[in-house]
Design a protein around this ligand. Structure first.
Ligand SMILES: [Zn+2]
Length: 582
């Protein structure tokens, strides 16, 4: 059997954010061997400068002699052609960026993301990869990998398995529980926050139960581990083969809205254990860690996951019907109302351009791109509702998902967009598959307005006063209001306002934090007002003609839902239609 690739991790200087890695290169791979640090991690589609954090790197032969290690590409090194015996490569990483895709070590913990941490040895990708990582005194190591035969060792089947298995180290609270007889663990490495871990385990069980039901009772894992960290702000998740890394604001456990988003994040990453990790888009089956790998199917891989990450907490009884409908409404408003880029970038192209658009945002992004998460979720929602309209006794998109799973899970070629459209056609007919193709291939918004009737819902206008429209998204700053984005061809755009401007006053009246709506309500559509904004060192006065109000909307029950609509609603949400009104 080929010698495994072995690593040892040294956290002695973690207070200074330093991690040292010793990589043992087997003798047969050493002569002229290439040592490679990935440039991206699957699930996060942008080229990351992980190599920036390599402080130094050296190589030594079996006799302890230094070897010359030549820089090969920007992110790889080459051993001498005459290297003999096992070679040791040592390197040090600076790790002070807390996200789910980057390393963070300090006096409190160590979160190690394998793509950013472990150089691989070209030619050794298919061998077992072993990581020696002893826990510091009083702490423990939480690994997504199974333990090896020797102490403090964790073993991956091959390189891709290692890249798919993060580590967390520390004296962290955690809870062990079972879902469908399978061991699950939730680890909390945030500072404080006081999570109720038993309550959380109950919610995870309920959400996982709804996910298992979606996939016909199959739970295709032997263990599952959530590694959840927290900071003062920020958030996100990254799926792994047998677990996930989550990040939330530490105050989430005390804030009902943040907690609901966290529950949705749990559902999202958990769903990935089916959709993406075992039902894999063709382009992502064998990732090339040195180059961007583009997939056309992120509107399914992420969009459908984003749709179900709100539906599953509802089906699980963790969310109320009202929270679900309001969240769906918000996504609809954001994608259809506040993203002019929907009319420019088709959903399929958004998937292909994830590397250059989605993950590289600026103030102009809403004008030029659409979000394959939210937009993809709405296409999934429209498809689901049209399937349910055609067959109120059916299971809508659940059936398509199950069919895709039964046809393509674990397939070495993964699945393609054509496979998805074929599954839609099998369940819903060619016309519906053609509609989905149009939604994906052309720059159009999904149409939910009539589709929601299938489950006895309708969009209504929110009551109460609505201010005239400025055509900009804003964010409260410490003092005042920041214009985050200016929507193309809207009033602010025409007036020359730019994303990033600080709004100081409207018609001579200063705008304090939280005051913009109240200030705008003193004006009417068609009014010509003067905006005072600061832009770097400049103060500009920009006349703007305010646009017609855009009332917010709500998803409400139709006045007389038919038994078919009520039945379809229950099959869709696992909840009675009456709860729409409560
Ligand atoms: Zn995702």
């Amino acid at each position: 059997m080929a010698t495994p690739i072995r690593y040892a991790v040294d956290l002695d200087d973690r207070t200074q954010h330093l991690v040292r890695i010793r990589l043992h290169v087997p003798a047969d791979l050493a002569p002229g061997g290439r040592i490679v640090l990935p440039v991206w991690t699957p699930g996060s589609y942008v080229v990351r400068n992980y190599v920036h954090h390599v402080q130094w790197i050296t190589a030594t032969d079996a006799d302890g002699h230094d070897l010359a290690l030549e820089l090969d590409t920007l992110t790889s090194w080459r051993l001498p052609a005459d290297a003999r015996g096992e070679v040791t490569v040592d390197y040090e990483l600076y790790a002070n960026e807390l996200t789910v895709r980057t390393n963070h070590v300090d006096d409190h913990h160590a979160l190690l993301i394998p793509a950013a941490t472990f150089c691989y040895v070209e030619g050794g990708e298919d061998r077992p990869h072993e990581v020696h990582l002893p826990a510091p005194a009083g702490e423990r190591v939480f690994s997504l990998l199974p333990p090896g035969a020797s102490d403090d060792t964790y073993v991956a089947e091959h390189r891709d398995h290692l890249v798919d298995s993060a580590f967390e180290v520390g004296d962290h609270p955690f809870v062990d529980h079972e879902v469908a007889g399978v061991p699950h663990r939730f680890v909390w490495s945030g500072h404080g926050g006081r999570p109720d871990l038993d309550a959380l385990a109950g919610e995870i069980e309920a959400i996982a139960g709804a996910a298992i039901e979606l996939f016909d009772g199959e739970l295709p894992i032997e263990t599952y581990t959530f590694l959840c960290t927290g900071w003062d702000q920020g958030g996100g998740g990254l799926e792994h083969r047998d677990g996930s890394v989550l990040q939330i604001p530490v105050r989430a456990f005390q804030d009902p809205d943040l907690l609901a988003r966290f529950q949705s994040l749990i559902a999202h990453e958990y769903l990935h254990l089916w959709n993406v990790k075992r039902l894999v888009p063709a382009a992502l089956v064998r990732p090339d860690y040195e180059h961007p790998t583009r997939s056309q199917s992120l509107w399914v891989a992420e969009g459908w996951t984003a749709y179900y990450d709100e539906l599953l907490p509802l089906r699980a009884g963790v969310w109320t019907v009202r929270r679900f409908l309001d969240t769906l409404r918000d996504t609809h408003q954001r994608v259809v109302g506040d993203t002019p880029g929907v009319g420019l970038q088709p959903l399929r192209r958004a998937s292909m351009e994830a590397w250059t658009k989605h993950y590289v945002r600026d103030e102009n992004s809403p004008n030029v791109m659409t979000d394959y998460y939210g937009h993809g979720a709405l296409v999934a929602g429209e498809l689901d509702l049209r399937l349910r309209a055609a067959d109120p006794e059916g299971d809508g998109l659940d059936e398509v998902f199950r069919l895709l799973w039964s046809r393509h899970a674990y397939h070495e070629a993964g699945y393609t967009e054509a496979d998805v459209l074929d599954a839609v056609a099998t369940i819903g007919g060619d016309d519906l598959a053609a509609l989905v193709e149009t939604r994906v291939a052309t720059p159009v918004a999904p149409q939910l307005e009539d589709a929601v009737a299938a489950v006895g819902l309708t969009f209504t206008e929110q009551e109460g006063p609505v201010p005239p429209w400025l055509g900009a998204t804003t964010q409260d700053a410490d003092t005042g209001v920041t214009i985050t984005s200016v929507l193309r061809d809207g009033p602010a755009w025409t007036a020359g306002v730019t994303g990033g401007d600080r709004l100081v006053a409207v018609d001579g009246r200063t705008v304090a934090r939280g005051e913009l709506t109240a200030v705008l309500l003193t004006h009417e559509a068609g009014d010509l007002v003067e905006l005072a904004v600061t832009r770097g060192p400049r103060l500009l006065r920009l006349p703007v003609t305010l646009g017609a109000p855009r009332p917010g909307r709500r998803l409400e029950a139709v006045s007389q839902p038919t038994p078919a609509q009520q039945g379809a609603f229950r099959r869709w949400t696992s909840r009675p239609h009456d709860e729409v009104r409560s």
